[in-house]
Every structure is written in structure tokens, then in C-alpha cells.
Design a protein around this ligand. Structure first.
Ligand SMILES: Cc1cc2nc3c(=O)[nH]c(=O)nc-3n(C[C@H](O)[C@H](O)[C@H](O)COP(=O)(O)O)c2cc1C
Length: 334
């Protein structure tokens, strides 16, 4: 067994894969084709349910199963109004792993997930929350730093890894996400106690990814400093920052926030509904960019590792490259 295999053994066993590398769910991007490609290449693909309704999720899981017989997971967003029905769909398909994203799960959701027989992977943005999630029944956690693409927390991956890994990696598998573009970083987090890693940005330009050609070109052209977090313009309206490539969408989002803040002032809107509207805004803006190729006014969500995306490549090649880099890094240290 290579050093990399032994460092990944626990994560790979938990996921049922060759490598403890998750393809982080990316709304509109992580659908049947990319998910199956990642799982077929020895990683762990995760369907992004995003704003899908239960019927669409049902179809997506069935179509993914036609493309791979390897394990894959489903990512559900805690604030989805039909969360329970979505869990039920996963249960019917005997999905092995459910990843819960978007804040602490509502009461009952964890029990419902566990009752389907699925393993629960949850996002932990701080040590106290990691411990709480473990007590509540999470089987593994993902810690994701602010270098990542999409919705982000305030703390960097390297700090989260130091804060959380020494305290919980002995209890359950922990997967590190955010800013990983090469295998050397994978090796480093594994050595720090991680059971595996999760990458999103690096998989966007996979040949099997259905992301529009314009979306992929924008990734290939961009450097790390182009992937910036969205700005909160009204302190009363708590918006979770989103990291995306700089473009005209930035102004649209400011206007959207102003419009929602006015509705909140006029009591035309409750806070929970306001936050849901913001999430719908993002789903629409991301769709415009990923599917329609409108990379000017759509949201080109990307992590800082976008600077390391240099070309369109088959998924298997991306994974092989990451694995080779990690192995070489470990070799140099032995
Ligand atoms: C375009 C895009 C869309 C994303 N959509 C989601 C999502 O719907 N749900 C989610 O939990 N994470 C989402 N993410 C985060 C990824 O799952 C993953 O955790 C992240 O990309 C890892 O960091 P990296 O981009 O630095 O590799 C998204 C990321 C990107 C780049």
C-alpha cells in the first residue's frame, strides 16, 4: 500500500471509493455526467440538488445510476422548502451518502436522513459546530475555507484545518475543501489528519462537465485574484458571501440587495423569505452563466484555485494528476 493509499484509507472506505476525493456538489454543474465521471475515475461524485424539486432529483439520480455503478452522493440544501421530500427520494434510491449544506439542519432532518440508511456528511464552519454535528449524528464532516467557490464562510482553509482537525479527526472522517488545486495540498491536509479532500473548481473544466464553453473559457483565463467574494451592501440583510469571478453581475447583486432591503423595510417581506429570495437569485444567476454561457451578467462562481485550471481535461486525467502530485510530494518526504 502506498503512503497516499494509507493516508486515504479511512476516507476511501467511508466513501466506498478508490480515492478519498469528493467532487464537491456545484449547482447546475454537478449533474449526471460529471458526477458519474468522477465516480468512474475513482473519486466520489456528488449531485447538486440545489433548487431541484423532488421529481427532478429522482430523474437525476436514476440517470446517474445508468452512467456509473460506483458510489455517489447527493447534496441537499438545508433551507430547501421540500427538504423532507428530497430526503425521501434519496431513500427510495438507496443513496449511500447525503451531504447537507447551507447551515444547521432543521430539526428532524438528521434523523430522517439516518432512517433512510444513508451516511450523513455535514459542513462544519467552526469547531463548536463540528462537535455539535457529531453529537447530532453526522457520520463525517467537510470543513470548507473561504478560498472555495460558491457560498463561503469567513475563515481560510488552512486555519480551519488547524482549528478542527486535531480535535475531531480522531472521531469521524473529516474532508478538507477550499482552495485545493494540486496534489501537494491534498498530501498536506492528509498528513494533518484529514481523511480526504473535496474539490469543486478544479472539476468545472472537465471534458464531461456540461458547463457552457464560455464558462469554461472564463475559468481557463482567470487567475486566483479574479475570484472575489460578493459584498454585503446592507448590514440588516445578512447575505452569505459568494465567491465568483469579477464581472457585471456584481452590480446586479447590489441592486437585488437594495430591492430586498426596501421590501424588508416596508414589511412586505419576512427575513426568512428575503434570504430565500437571495438564494433563488444566485441559482438563477449561476444558471445563466453555467447553462446559457452568459458570463457577463451571470454568476461565474469559482474558487481561488481557478488560477490552476489551465485547460479542459478528462475527469480521469484530473484525478490521476492530483494523485500523482500527492504521491510525489509524499515520496519526497520519506
Ligand atoms: C460553480 C460552483 C457551484 C457550487 N455550488 C454548490 C452547491 O450547490 N452546494 C454546495 O454545497 N457547494 C457548492 N459549491 C462548493 C463546492 O461543492 C466545493 O465545496 C468547493 O468548490 C470547494 O472549493 P474549491 O472551489 O476551492 O475547490 C459550488 C462551487 C462552485 C465553484
Amino acid at each position: 500500500m502506498s503512503r497516499l493509499d494509507s493516508l486515504m484509507a479511512r476516507g476511501a472506505e467511508f466513501l466506498g471509493t478508490r480515492y478519498a476525493i469528493l467532487g464537491g456538489a456545484m449547482s447546475w454543474v454537478s449533474e449526471r455526467n460529471l458526477v458519474a465521471a468522477i465516480s468512474n475515475a475513482g473519486g466520489f461524485g456528488v449531485i447538486a440538488c440545489g433548487a431541484m424539486n423532488p421529481e427532478l432529483l429522482d430523474t437525476e439520480i436514476a440517470e446517474t445510476k445508468k452512467r456509473t455503478d460506483k458510489p455517489f452522493g447527493v447534496n441537499l440544501i438545508t433551507m430547501h422548502p421540500q427538504l423532507n421530500e428530497l430526503i425521501e427520494v434519496c431513500g427510495r434510491h438507496k443513496v449511500g451518502h447525503i451531504v447537507l449544506a447551507g447551515g444547521l439542519p432543521p430539526s428532524g432532518a438528521i434523523d430522517r436522513i439516518k432512517a433512510t440508511g444513508a451516511k450523513l456528511i455535514a459542513f462544519a464552519p467552526a469547531l463548536s459546530l463540528a462537535k455539535k454535528l457529531i453529537r447530532s449524528g453526522a457520520d463525517a464532516i467537510v470543513i470548507e475555507g473561504m478560498e472555495a467557490g460558491g457560498h463561503i464562510g469567513p475563515v481560510s482553509t488552512s486555519v480551519l484545518a488547524q482549528e478542527i482537525l486535531p480535535h475531531v479527526a480522531g472521531d469521524i472522517p473529516v474532508f478538507v475543501a477550499g482552495g485545493i488545486g494540486r496534489g501537494e495540498a491534498i498530501a498536506a491536509y492528509l498528513e494533518m489528519g484529514a481523511s480526504g479532500v473535496q474539490l469543486g473548481t478544479r472539476f468545472v473544466c472537465a471534458t464531461e462537465s456540461i458547463a457552457h464553453e464560455n464558462f469554461k473559457k472564463a475559468f481557463i483565463r482567470a487567475s486566483a485574484r479574479d475570484a472575489v467574494p460578493s459584498i454585503q451592501i446592507d448590514p440588516r440583510l445578512p447575505v452569505i458571501p459568494v465567491r465568483a469571478l469579477k464581472n457585471k453581475e456584481t452590480e446586479r447583486f447590489a441592486a437585488k440587495q437594495r430591492e430586498i432591503a426596501e421590501q424588508l423595510d416596508g414589511k412586505a417581506l419576512e427575513m426568512a423569505e428575503a434570504q430565500l429570495q437571495i438564494e433563488h437569485y444566485w441559482a438563477g444567476a449561476l444558471r445563466r452563466a453555467v447553462i446559457d454561457g452568459d458570463v457577463e451578467t451571470g454568476s461565474v462562481m469559482a474558487g481561488q484555485s481557478v488560477g490552476m485550471v489551465k485547460s479542459e481535461q478528462p475527469t480521469a486525467e484530473i484525478i490521476a494528476e492530483l494523485v500523482a502530485e500527492a504521491e510525489a510530494a509524499l515520496e519526497r518526504r520519506s
